[in-house]
Design a binder for this molecule. Structure first.
Ligand code: MTE
Ligand code: MO
Length: 321
C-alpha cells in the first residue's frame, strides 16, 4: 500500500494561509497551470547543465559575527531549500526546482535615483567590495511560520555608503528581476511584477538590515533569492525581496508589491507584532518549520533591542503587516 506520510513541518492544507489566496479562482488556475510547465525536469536540468561554478565560492564559509544568537536550533538546510516563497516561480512552497531556471550570472545591479552618481555594477565586483560575514537570523513569514538561517552577506549600511545617496533621499526601493521567459508567473498579468520592496534609509542603515549573498556556508541558492537578497528579520518575510537587480534612492515612499496587490492586508512597514492580527489569521504564534512545535511570536521577531527606536513617535502609522 502506498501511504503518504506527512512530515511534521508540512502545514496541512486547511491551516495554510498563503499570501496569495485573495486571487480569484480563474487567475489562480491559470497561474498554477503555468507553474506546472516550469516544473518540467528537462527545462530545469538543461539550465543547470553547463553552468559555471559560482565565481565567489572562495568567500564561503564566511566568518560568523557572534553578536547575533538564536533562541532555537538552525533550520536544516534541506528543509530551508524545500519550503520557500518565490512567487515568480510558482505559488507552492515547492519551487526549488522551478527556480533553477533563473540565470544568476552575469548579473548587474543598478543603483539610481537620488545618488551622487547613478551606476551599474557587476554582482561579483559588488560582492568583492563588501565585507562578507555570517549571521544567524530568525525569519518570520506573515503566514505564521518561522525558520532560523545562517545567512552570509554584508550590512546594508555598507551598501548605502557605497551607493552614496544624496542627503535628501529618504527611502531605498528594491526591485527583483523581470523576465517572464524565465519566471512563468511573471507571464500572468494579474500581479504587479516586478516584485518591489522598500525601506527607509534609517531602516536600511540599522545594524540588522543585511544583504544576503550566501547561506549555509556557500553562495545563496537560487530559490533563496540568488545572487542578492534582503534579510530584515524584524519584519515579516515578504519584505525580504529576492534576486535584486535595482536599488533606487528616493524621497517618495516606495509602494511594495504586496501593498499594490492587496493594500488592505500588507503595508509598507510590515514589522512583526504578535498582538496585531493579520485580517485573516492570528499572528500570536508561529510554526517552527522542521519541527512539530508552535511557539509564541516575539515583538519585532525578537529584535526589539536593535530596532524599536526606529519607530518611536510613529503611533499614528500603520506599522504592522
Ligand atoms: N522576489 C520575491 N521575493 C520574495 C518573495 C517572492 O515571492 N518573490 N517572497 C517573500 C516571502 S513571502 C518570504 S516569506 C521570503 C521567503 O524566503 P525563503 O524562501 O528563502 O524562506 O521571501 C520573500 N521575498
Ligand atoms: Mo512570507
Amino acid at each position: 500500500m502506498n501511504v503518504i506520510h506527512r512530515r511534521g513541518w508540512e502545514i496541512p492544507e486547511h491551516r495554510a494561509t498563503p499570501e496569495h489566496v485573495f486571487l480569484n479562482r480563474r487567475s489562480f488556475m491559470a497561474a498554477t497551470g503555468a507553474a506546472a510547465i516550469s516544473l518540467s525536469p528537462t527545462i530545469a536540468l538543461a539550465q543547470r547543465a553547463g553552468e559555471a561554478p559560482d565565481p565567489t565560492i572562495d568567500l564561503y564559509p564566511a566568518k560568523r559575527n557572534e553578536r547575533y544568537t538564536l533562541d532555537r536550533p538552525l533550520t536544516d538546510e534541506k528543509i530551508n531549500l524545500s519550503y520557500n516563497n518565490f512567487y515568480e516561480f510558482g505559488f507552492s512552497k515547492d519551487v526549488s526546482r522551478a527556480a533553477q531556471a533563473l540565470k544568476v550570472r552575469p548579473w548587474t545591479v543598478k543603483i539610481d535615483g537620488m545618488v551622487e552618481k547613478p551606476r551599474e555594477v557587476d554582482i561579483d565586483q559588488l560582492i568583492r567590495a563588501m565585507p562578507i560575514e555570517e549571521r544567524l537570523y530568525r525569519h518570520r513569514c506573515v503566514e505564521a511560520w518561522g525558520m532560523t538561517i545562517p545567512w552570509s552577506g554584508f550590512p546594508f549600511a555598507k551598501f548605502v555608503e557605497y551607493a552614496k545617496p544624496l542627503s535628501s533621499a529618504k527611502y531605498v526601493r528594491m526591485e527583483t528581476f523581470l523576465d517572464p521567459a524565465t519566471a512563468p508567473l511573471q507571464r500572468q498579468p494579474f500581479y504587479p511584477w516586478p516584485y518591489v520592496e522598500g525601506l527607509t534609509i534609517a531602516e536600511a542603515t540599522n545594524e540588522m538590515a543585511f544583504l544576503v549573498t550566501g547561506a549555509y556556508g556557500k553562495p545563496v541558492a537560487k530559490v533563496q533569492g540568488a545572487p542578492l537578497r534582503l534579510a530584515v528579520p524584524w519584519k515579516y518575510g515578504f519584505k525580504a525581496v529576492k534576486s535584486i537587480v535595482k536599488f533606487t534612492f528616493t524621497d517618495q515612499r516606495p509602494k511594495s508589491y504586496w501593498e499594490t496587490a492587496q493594500g488592505s492586508e500588507y503595508g509598507f512597514w510590515a514589522n512583526v507584532n504578535p498582538k496585531v492580527d493579520h485580517p485573516r489569521w492570528s499572528q500570536a504564534t508561529e510554526e517552527v518549520i522542521g519541527t512539530s512545535n508552535r511557539v509564541p511570536t516575539l515583538l519585532f521577531n525578537g529584535y526589539a533591542e536593535q530596532v524599536a527606536d526606529l519607530y518611536k513617535g510613529m503611533e499614528s502609522e500603520r506599522l504592522w503587516a
